[in-house]
Write a protein that binds this ligand. Structure first.
Ligand code: UDP
Ligand code: MG
Length: 154
Protein backbone atom coordinates (compact mmCIF):
# COMPACT_ATOMS: atom_id res chain seq x y z
CA UNK A 1 0.00 0.00 0.00
CA UNK A 2 1.28 3.47 -0.83
CA UNK A 3 1.41 6.08 1.88
CA UNK A 4 1.95 9.79 2.27
CA UNK A 5 5.18 9.97 4.25
CA UNK A 6 7.82 12.43 5.34
CA UNK A 7 11.55 11.88 5.30
CA UNK A 8 14.70 13.82 6.20
CA UNK A 9 17.39 14.89 3.77
CA UNK A 10 20.66 16.49 4.78
CA UNK A 11 22.56 18.28 2.05
CA UNK A 12 26.09 17.65 3.25
CA UNK A 13 28.96 20.17 3.48
CA UNK A 14 30.53 19.03 0.20
CA UNK A 15 27.33 19.81 -1.71
CA UNK A 16 26.88 23.20 -0.02
CA UNK A 17 30.53 24.08 -0.79
CA UNK A 18 30.14 23.01 -4.42
CA UNK A 19 27.00 25.07 -4.99
CA UNK A 20 24.74 22.05 -5.44
CA UNK A 21 21.97 22.88 -2.94
CA UNK A 22 19.52 23.88 -5.65
CA UNK A 23 20.39 21.02 -8.01
CA UNK A 24 19.90 18.46 -5.26
CA UNK A 25 16.60 19.86 -3.99
CA UNK A 26 15.31 20.14 -7.57
CA UNK A 27 15.60 16.38 -8.03
CA UNK A 28 13.07 15.85 -5.25
CA UNK A 29 10.72 18.62 -6.33
CA UNK A 30 10.69 17.27 -9.89
CA UNK A 31 9.94 13.77 -8.63
CA UNK A 32 6.78 15.19 -7.09
CA UNK A 33 7.72 15.64 -3.46
CA UNK A 34 6.67 18.67 -1.48
CA UNK A 35 9.14 20.54 0.72
CA UNK A 36 7.57 20.92 4.16
CA UNK A 37 10.62 22.10 6.13
CA UNK A 38 14.04 23.52 5.37
CA UNK A 39 16.92 25.12 7.28
CA UNK A 40 20.67 25.72 7.14
CA UNK A 41 22.56 24.76 10.25
CA UNK A 42 25.98 23.88 11.54
CA UNK A 43 26.03 20.31 12.81
CA UNK A 44 27.78 20.13 16.17
CA UNK A 45 29.84 17.15 17.36
CA UNK A 46 27.09 16.09 19.76
CA UNK A 47 24.44 16.13 17.04
CA UNK A 48 26.77 14.16 14.76
CA UNK A 49 27.30 11.49 17.43
CA UNK A 50 23.53 11.23 17.92
CA UNK A 51 22.71 11.19 14.21
CA UNK A 52 25.43 8.65 13.39
CA UNK A 53 25.12 6.66 16.65
CA UNK A 54 25.18 3.39 14.69
CA UNK A 55 28.57 4.35 13.21
CA UNK A 56 30.52 5.95 16.10
CA UNK A 57 32.62 2.81 16.64
CA UNK A 58 33.60 2.53 12.96
CA UNK A 59 37.15 3.45 11.92
CA UNK A 60 35.84 6.14 9.54
CA UNK A 61 33.69 7.88 12.18
CA UNK A 62 36.28 10.54 13.20
CA UNK A 63 36.61 11.61 9.58
CA UNK A 64 32.81 11.55 9.12
CA UNK A 65 32.32 13.76 12.20
CA UNK A 66 35.05 16.17 11.11
CA UNK A 67 33.48 16.42 7.66
CA UNK A 68 29.87 16.82 8.79
CA UNK A 69 30.76 19.47 11.38
CA UNK A 70 33.21 21.37 9.16
CA UNK A 71 30.77 23.61 7.26
CA UNK A 72 27.03 24.36 7.20
CA UNK A 73 24.55 21.78 5.98
CA UNK A 74 20.97 22.14 4.78
CA UNK A 75 18.26 20.01 6.37
CA UNK A 76 15.13 19.43 4.30
CA UNK A 77 11.94 17.54 5.11
CA UNK A 78 10.04 16.33 2.08
CA UNK A 79 6.59 14.80 1.92
CA UNK A 80 4.97 12.53 -0.62
CA UNK A 81 4.04 9.04 -1.69
CA UNK A 82 6.38 6.41 -0.22
CA UNK A 83 8.86 9.23 0.48
CA UNK A 84 11.34 7.14 2.48
CA UNK A 85 11.81 4.32 -0.01
CA UNK A 86 11.61 6.45 -3.15
CA UNK A 87 14.08 8.97 -1.73
CA UNK A 88 16.67 6.28 -1.08
CA UNK A 89 16.32 5.21 -4.72
CA UNK A 90 16.84 8.78 -5.92
CA UNK A 91 19.85 9.20 -3.59
CA UNK A 92 21.62 6.00 -4.68
CA UNK A 93 24.08 3.74 -2.85
CA UNK A 94 26.46 5.04 -0.17
CA UNK A 95 29.56 4.58 -2.34
CA UNK A 96 28.94 7.23 -4.96
CA UNK A 97 31.69 5.81 -7.19
CA UNK A 98 29.40 2.84 -7.74
CA UNK A 99 26.12 4.77 -7.77
CA UNK A 100 24.24 4.61 -11.07
CA UNK A 101 23.91 7.69 -13.25
CA UNK A 102 20.56 9.35 -12.66
CA UNK A 103 20.89 9.06 -8.89
CA UNK A 104 21.98 12.11 -6.89
CA UNK A 105 25.16 10.42 -5.66
CA UNK A 106 25.87 8.88 -9.08
CA UNK A 107 25.57 12.22 -10.82
CA UNK A 108 27.26 14.50 -8.29
CA UNK A 109 29.94 12.50 -6.43
CA UNK A 110 32.67 9.93 -6.88
CA UNK A 111 33.35 9.24 -3.21
CA UNK A 112 31.99 7.15 -0.32
CA UNK A 113 32.61 9.75 2.35
CA UNK A 114 31.83 13.00 0.47
CA UNK A 115 28.61 11.71 -1.01
CA UNK A 116 26.49 14.89 -1.15
CA UNK A 117 23.38 13.84 0.74
CA UNK A 118 21.92 11.94 3.67
CA UNK A 119 18.45 10.40 3.57
CA UNK A 120 16.61 8.51 6.30
CA UNK A 121 16.79 4.76 5.75
CA UNK A 122 13.44 3.59 7.20
CA UNK A 123 10.07 4.98 8.24
CA UNK A 124 11.03 4.67 11.92
CA UNK A 125 14.37 6.41 11.36
CA UNK A 126 12.66 9.16 9.37
CA UNK A 127 10.33 10.03 12.27
CA UNK A 128 13.26 10.14 14.71
CA UNK A 129 15.52 12.11 12.37
CA UNK A 130 12.87 14.71 11.49
CA UNK A 131 12.33 15.26 15.23
CA UNK A 132 16.08 15.59 15.71
CA UNK A 133 16.38 18.52 13.28
CA UNK A 134 12.97 20.23 13.33
CA UNK A 135 10.52 21.47 15.92
CA UNK A 136 6.85 20.83 15.05
CA UNK A 137 6.28 24.52 14.27
CA UNK A 138 9.12 24.43 11.72
CA UNK A 139 7.19 21.95 9.56
CA UNK A 140 4.40 23.17 7.29
CA UNK A 141 1.08 21.74 6.15
CA UNK A 142 -0.04 23.48 2.99
CA UNK A 143 -1.93 22.77 -0.20
CA UNK A 144 -0.52 23.58 -3.62
CA UNK A 145 -2.74 26.29 -5.02
CA UNK A 146 -3.28 26.95 -8.72
CA UNK A 147 -4.43 30.49 -7.96
CA UNK A 148 -0.79 31.65 -8.01
CA UNK A 149 -0.53 30.64 -11.67
CA UNK A 150 -3.57 32.72 -12.64
CA UNK A 151 -3.08 35.83 -10.53
CA UNK A 152 -4.08 39.04 -12.24
CA UNK A 153 -1.19 41.42 -12.77
CA UNK A 154 -3.51 44.44 -12.56
N1 UDP B 1 30.69 6.64 5.37
C1 UDP B 1 32.05 6.73 5.14
N2 UDP B 1 32.76 5.57 4.89
C2 UDP B 1 32.16 4.35 4.84
C3 UDP B 1 30.76 4.28 5.07
C4 UDP B 1 30.07 5.44 5.33
O1 UDP B 1 32.63 7.81 5.17
O2 UDP B 1 32.85 3.34 4.61
C5 UDP B 1 29.93 7.87 5.62
C6 UDP B 1 29.20 8.36 4.36
O3 UDP B 1 29.22 9.79 4.36
C7 UDP B 1 27.81 7.82 4.58
C8 UDP B 1 27.66 8.00 6.09
O4 UDP B 1 28.94 7.64 6.60
O5 UDP B 1 26.83 8.53 3.84
C9 UDP B 1 26.59 7.15 6.74
O6 UDP B 1 26.80 5.80 6.41
P1 UDP B 1 25.57 4.86 6.06
O7 UDP B 1 26.09 3.45 6.04
O8 UDP B 1 24.42 5.15 6.95
O9 UDP B 1 25.26 5.26 4.53
P2 UDP B 1 24.03 6.09 3.89
O10 UDP B 1 22.79 5.75 4.67
O11 UDP B 1 24.40 7.54 3.98
O12 UDP B 1 23.97 5.61 2.47
MG1 MG C 1 22.46 5.79 6.71
Amino acid sequence: MTMKERTLLLIKPDAVQRGLIGDVITRFEHKGFKIVGMKMLHMGKELSKEHYAHLVSKPFYPDLEKFMTSQPIVAVVIEGKDAVEVTRLIVGPTNASKAPGGTVRGDFSNSTSRNVIHASDSKETAVKEIGRFFRPNELFEYELNDAFLYASDE
